[in-house]
Write a protein that binds this ligand. Structure first.
Ligand code: UDP
Length: 369
C-alpha cells in the first residue's frame, strides 16, 4: 500500500490531483475508489444497443476557462457539442433555457426582438428588495408565469423542496435569453470527449507513478498500512467525520430507469427532454444516441428521478446544510496531512470544469514548490 499520496476517489477531483502529484511533483500515488470503475459520476460505457451511455446521468462539458480547456485536451480529443434541451410543457416541446420562442409559446406573445423581450421581462419580473432564495431569484428573472411552468415543480422534484427553501444560486444556473439562442450553455468551449469520459480518466491516470485500486473502500483500509501517506480525500466530508456525531449533510441522489427500445430510430427530438410539470415523477429523459450523432438501429432512453437516498450526487444548498458544512469544514481544517478536495468534500455544486479548476488551483496553493 505504501505511497506518498493516497487519493480517495477516482472522480474528476481525485484524478486531477493524482496526476498533478505524480507528474508535477514526482510522487508515488495510490488512488482508490470503492466503485469498480474509474471516472466517478462521469463514467460511461457502450451499452448492448451499441450506444455510449453515462451510468450516472448525462455529462455535458462546457467551460470558459482556457486553463481547463487546455488541460482536458491533453487527455482526449473533444468534439464540439452544443447541447440543446426541450421541455414538455402544456403538451408541447418548448426550448429551454427560456428564450424568445419559450416566452411566445408559453405566454401567448409574439415577440420578435431583444428590445421587446427586455420590455416584456421587465413588466413581468417581480422586483424583490433582496434575492435571498431560489423563488426570488427565479421570479426576478422570468416572472410568475414562467416560474410556475418551468421552475417551481421541476425544482421540487429535483431537490425535494420548493425554490423558496433553496439558495438563490440554484435558480441562477440556467440563463434567460432575450434572443433565439436555444443552446443550453453559452460557454466558449462546449464539447464531448470523442472516445467517451472513461477514456479521459484512463488517460489522466496513465502514469508510471500512479497505481489505481478499484473496489477498494477507503474506510476498509487498515490505517497502519497508509500511515506514511498524505491523504487527498474527495468523498463526502460528513462520511469522513462520522465518528464525531454531527448530523449528516443532505444530498440528492438520482434513480435511473433504463429502457432499451429495439428497432427504434429515435424516441424524442433531442438528447435531453425535461419534464418540468408535477404530472411525472422524473425530471428528464436522456436519449443518448443523439450525443455525437451515434448510429444504431435501436435507441436507449434513461429517465432520471431524483431521490433522497442512494449515492450522493447533489449537495443541497440551503441554510441548514451550509451551516452544518461549515462545522465539518472546521474539523477538516484541523486535520494534518489530509486534504479535502472536490464536490463532495467541499459540499459544492460544481460543474465539471469547476471541479477541474478547483483541483488545479488547490494544487497551486497547497503544493507549490
Ligand atoms: N431547473 C428547472 N427547470 C428546468 C431546468 C432547471 O426548474 O427545466 C432548475 C432546477 O432547480 C435545477 C436548476 O434549475 O436544479 C439547475 O438546472 P441544471 O440543468 O443546471 O441542473 P443539472 O443539470 O445540474 O441537474
Amino acid at each position: 500500500m505504501s505511497a506518498d499520496y493516497l487519493v480517495v476517489g477516482c472522480g474528476l477531483s481525485g484524478a486531477v490531483m493524482a496526476r498533478f502529484m505524480a507528474e508535477e511533483r514526482n510522487k508515488k500515488v495510490l488512488i482508490v475508489d470503492k466503485r469498480d470503475h474509474v471516472g466517478g459520476n462521469c463514467y460511461d460505457y457502450i451499452d448492448e444497443n451499441g450506444i455510449r451511455i453515462n451510468k450516472y446521468g448525462a455529462h455535458l462539458f462546457h467551460t470558459n476557462s482556457e486553463r481547463v480547456w487546455k488541460y482536458v485536451n491533453r487527455f482526449s480529443s473533444w468534439t464540439r457539442w452544443e447541447h440543446k434541451v426541450l421541455g414538455v410543457i402544456d403538451g408541447q416541446y418548448i426550448p429551454l433555457p427560456p428564450n424568445i420562442t419559450t416566452i411566445n409559446m408559453l405566454c401567448g406573445q409574439h415577440l420578435t426582438n431583444q428590445q421587446e423581450v427586455d420590455d416584456w421581462l421587465s413588466r413581468n419580473q417581480l422586483k424583490h428588495k433582496h434575492i435571498d432564495n431560489g423563488y426570488q431569484m427565479a421570479t426576478s428573472r422570468v416572472g410568475v408565469t414562467l416560474y410556475e411552468k418551468i421552475f417551481k415543480h421541476y425544482t421540487f422534484k429535483q431537490w425535494g423542496r420548493y425554490p423558496e427553501e433553496l439558495d438563490a444560486s440554484v435558480l441562477a444556473r440556467i440563463p434567460v435569453r432575450n434572443n433565439f439562442d436555444d443552446r443550453y450553455f453559452s460557454d466558449k468551449y462546449q464539447a464531448l470527449p470523442s472516445e467517451g469520459y472513461t477514456k479521459v480518466f484512463e488517460n489522466i491516470l496513465e502514469h508510471e507513478n500512479i497505481t489505481v485500486r478499484l473496489s477498494c473502500d477507503y474506510f476498509d483500509i487498515d490505517p497502519s498500512t497508509v500511515s506514511n501517506s498524505t491523504i487527498i480525500f474527495s468523498g463526502p466530508i460528513d462520511d469522513f467525520f462520522t465518528n464525531v456525531g454531527y448530523p449528516k449533510l443532505e444530498y440528492r441522489s438520482v434513480n435511473f430507469e433504463i429502457k432499451r427500445l429495439k428497432n427504434t430510430k429515435f424516441f424524442q427530438p433531442c438528447a435531453t427532454v425535461n419534464y418540468p410539470g408535477p404530472e411525472t415523477p422524473f425530471t428528464r429523459i436522456i436519449e443518448y444516441k443523439h450525443f455525437l450523432n451515434q448510429e444504431s438501429p435501436h435507441t436507449t432512453i434513461i429517465s432520471e428521478t431524483t431521490c433522497s437516498d442512494g449515492d450522493p450526487y447533489y449537495p443541497v444548498p440551503n441554510k441548514r446544510n451550509m451551516e452544518l458544512y461549515e462545522q465539518y469544514r472546521a474539523l477538516a481544517e484541523k486535520e494534518r496531512n489530509i486534504h479535502f478536495v472536490g464536490r463532495l468534500a467541499s459540499y459544492k455544486y460544481f460543474n465539471m470544469d469547476q471541479a477541474i479548476l478547483n483541483a488545479l488551483e488547490y494544487c497551486d496553493s497547497n503544493f507549490s514548490i
